[in-house]
Design a protein around this ligand. Structure first.
Ligand code: PLP
Length: 414
């Protein structure tokens, strides 16, 4: 695997940064294999949020007092850290939102309502999280535009041979896909889709919610027009995410949420909008959450995103090998070197909820369900799957605990 050339991380040492692992679940060591759902938080992030509340908290952008200035500079510092993480050209293009879902809705509403109409098409893939599917489906239908879905193969790769017919029959205005799939773990090569989108004159919207926690996401290298991330999946607090968008597009767009802070001037006959990023940040910001996200970026960069990605490839390879030993198991998705730390599977015809519940009693936390990917579930011909997901603090013995737990599940259902 090419990734082994990168510096290795010491998951056992990093794990000590995460106070949540100091406890047992149901009297068993906790094997937290649900990080794709939401990651745990290191002491460094928890302390940064505490410290901010204890020393620097006030509302931002509107107070002239010292605390207000401190809080504003802490928020803006976090914005700069997100800009650096994503290699975005300008911090003003980084909009703080609640999560990736809100970021994508922002684009769908603000860009879509003014730029989509009858005869236009929005293209997504069969592998999208509902967050990058439903907003586009809704706005496309509302605007009288077509909503199209590229089918995927068993690795999760979209069938690019469909593009020619799509281009022939439609005016494509939006292409929206994930960089890393939350259900199959597939890491996509977006380059062909991005250039195809731009050849059509379409914008490319990248859902990087599962990518940013696990690998370097460079908005310039991707060539996307919008990129959405969620803080809670990358060691940051819940309630904070970011949308990066090209400045010229953001400046031309109408606001998404309206109210305080996002205006330039308000008169009874006319209201004008503020500059970026404020135009898209109505109301009081998630201030401490943003500070926590900035600290999470510090943490991830100190560990090294290359090292995190390499660690996850190793864990995915180990998990695929160990899980294949379990009789009756069906594994979904690409080979280990093409996936982030996500493995979805089914165990015979045992319902994933039953599997997850029995595993929970063994101290193993996984996710069971449709993973907000119902179109994918239809493709796989199942209602749900189990999903184990890994992160920088995951140890191989947690995967062993999962495998032992699955043998126990089989015994219960024998
Ligand atoms: C690929 C992907 N996109 C979008 C989202 C939505 O993230 P959030 O719920 O933080 O908005 C998720 C969450 O699981 C995801 O996995």
């Amino acid at each position: 695997m090419a990734v082994t050339a990168h510096a290795k991380l010491d998951a056992r040492a990093l794990r000590r940064d995460f106070p949540i692992f100091e406890q047992e679940m149901h009297g068993k060591p906790l094997a937290y294999l649900d990080s794709a759902n939401s990651s745990q938080k290191p002491r460094q992030v928890l302390d940064a949020v505490d410290r901010f509340y204890e020393t620097s908290y006030a509302n931002v952008h509107r107070a002239v007092h010292l605390l207000g200035e401190r809080a504003t500079s802490a928020l803006e510092h976090a914005r700069v850290r997100v800009r650096e993480l994503l290699n975005a050209p300008d911090a003003r293009e980084v909009i703080f939102v609640r999560n990736a879902t809100e970021g994508i809705n922002l684009v769908a509403y603000s860009w879509g309502l003014n730029n989509l109409g009858p005869g236009d098409a929005v293209v997504v893939t069969e592998l999208e999280h509902h967050s990058n599917f439903v907003p586009w489906q809704y706005i496309a239908r509302r605007q009288g535009a077509e909503f199209l879905m590229l089918t995927i193969d068993e690795n999760g790769d979209p069938d690019l041979s469909e593009l020619e017919a799509v281009a022939r029959d439609h005016t494509v205005k939006v292409v929206a896909t994930n960089l890393v799939s939350n259900s199959l773990g597939t890491i996509h090569d977006l380059a062909p889709l991005v250039s195809w989108a731009h050849e059509q004159g379409a914008i490319f919207v990248c859902d990087a919610a599962q990518a940013a926690p696990h690998m370097k996401v460079d908005v310039r290298a991707i060539g996307a027009d919008f990129v959405a991330i969620s803080g809670h999946k990358m060691c940051g607090p819940s309630g904070i995410g970011a949308l990066w968008g090209r400045g010229e597009l953001l400046r031309a767009m109408e606001p998404f949420l309206l109210g305080g802070h996002m205006i330039n001037s308000v008169r009874v006959d006319k209201t004008t909008w503020g500059e970026l990023p404020h135009k898209f940040e109505a109301g009081t910001s998630p201030i401490a959450e943003a500070v926590g996200l900035g600290a999470a970026v510090d943490y991830l960069e100190a560990v090294g995103l290359d090292a995190i990605e390499a660690h996850e490839h190793e864990l995915a390879a180990y998990a695929l090998g160990r899980l294949a030993e379990v009789p009756g198991i069906t594994l979904y998705g690409p080979p280990a070197e093409r996936r982030a730390g996500v493995v979805s599977f089914n165990l015979g015809d045992i319902h994933p909820h039953d599997v997850a519940q029995i595993l929970d009693l063994q101290g193993v936390a996984i996710r069971a369900g449709h993973h907000c990917c119902q179109p994918l579930m239809q493709k796989l011909g199942v209602a749900a799957t189990n999903r184990a997901s890994f992160y920088l603090y995951t140890l191989p013995e947690e995967i062993d605990q999962l495998v032992d737990g699955l043998h126990a599940v089989r015994k219960v259902f024998a």
